[in-house]
Design a protein around this ligand. Structure first.
Ligand code: NAD
Length: 325
């Protein structure tokens, strides 16, 4: 039997804190060499990009492949989300497919959760931190949720090139998280935050990195192709740079590849993979003034670990529909 889980099923069992904990285990496996993680395969049909992302986590007994598409004009042209995906989970002992689940919400939660994990290990631990969120789309919401799970967030600012998107975000997220969320177009205020998440669809830098306040922690999650960057060379140079995966950053992330091509940094400017920070084999933040920057491309281990979590919870709670195929 194959268990089918739709978006509502996934939403009903998947919690941000559980996902952050699960990803901590997945990144530990990556650092310890028990994760198998090929670089994702990309196909570019007109108007979008289709990504095939398999991974295996030995300690977790988790084997899965996600197919995810990013079509920037979907909201405008088809009233559909930019990012859509499905995950196919296998029994790692027999290879049999045991579950097919919607991957849209799962992707947003695991993308928030990896930023939560990076923030937990890299950001200062002061009370009453201010968060700036760039972009007000599906991913941005989960970024703010994750920040609130790992730090004492007193206030959030949101900026989007479409003010109505930012207004909607502020209303929805202030109610969900019970903190003040304000629309903000003042770059000075936005870059004076303690925690900054960039989650836009912009292919070009969205702020002047020389203006980011000392001691800030940044999660850069939006761009993940060689020709696109949300972050400028300045902020990459100024930061202690942590990658989800060095290999992915040097092959997929314009944010990192372009400063390397410009000769502004060398690949060894990437201080560590997140897994190395999690297991303590590389040092995290060195001082309260240091700027730390986590660059996320999105790894298949995140999807695989999260899909396993969702499947186990769904089976426990009797959620979903079994089909014989
Ligand atoms: N790192 C990862 O694991 C990961 C996972 C999923 C998606 N993504 C990427 O995250 C990005 C956002 O995805 P989404 O699903 O939230 O998309 P979305 O279209 O729902 O939201 C993107 C938002 O960014 C805004 N924006 C674009 N340019 C901007 C600018 N210069 N300044 C401020 N706002 C701007 C848009 O108006 C839009 O509201 C995409 O680029 C997607 O490819 C990354």
């Amino acid at each position: 039997m194959v268990l089918l889980l739709n978006r509502e099923d996934v939403i009903s069992v998947l919690d941000m804190t559980d996902c952050i904990d699960m990803l901590e285990k997945a990144f530990t496996e990556m650092a310890n060499g028990t994760a198998v993680l090929p670089l994702r395969i990309n196909i570019k049909p007109p108007g979008g990009i289709s990504l095939y992302m398999p991974a295996y986590l030995q300690e977790m007994n988790a084997l899965a492949c996600k197919v995810v598409t990013v079509y920037k004009d979907n909201p405008k042209d088809h009233n559909m989300p930019t990012t859509i995906g499905k995950v196919l989970l296998q029994d790692s002992k027999t290879g049999e497919v045991i579950c097919i689940m919607d991957g849209g919400y799962l992707t947003a939660v695991r993308t928030g959760a990896v930023s939560g994990l990076a923030t937990k290990f890299l950001a200062r631990e002061d009370e009453e931190q201010v968060v700036s969120i760039f972009g007000a789309g599906a991913q941005a919401k989960m970024q703010l949720w994750a920040m609130c799970e790992v730090r004492d967030v007193s206030r959030a600012l949101v900026h989007d090139k479409f003010p109505e998107a930012a207004e909607k975000f502020a209303k929805e997220m202030s109610e969900k998280l019970d903190i003040p969320v304000e629309v903000c177009d003042d770059m000075g205020q936005l870059l004076n935050a303690d925690l900054i998440c960039t989650a836009t669809s912009s292919p070009t830098p969205i702020f002047d990195g020389s203006k980011v306040k000392a001691g800030a922690h940044i999660n850069g999650i939006g761009s993940h192709s060689p020709g696109a960057r949300e972050l400028d060379t300045q902020i990459i140079k100024r930061s202690l740079l942590i990658a989800d995966s060095r290999e992915a950053c040097l092959n997929e992330a314009g944010d990192i590849m372009m400063p390397v091509e410009e000769g502004a940094i060398t690949p060894d400017h990437i201080h560590a993979d997140l897994g190395e920070i999690v297991v303590g084999s590389r040092e995290a933040r060195a001082s309260p003034e240091q700027i730390t920057l986590f660059k996320s491309n999105g790894l298949a281990i995140q999807d695989t670990a999260t899909a396993k979590l969702v499947y186990d919870l769904a089976r426990e709670e009797g959620i979903g529909k079994d089909v014989d195929i």
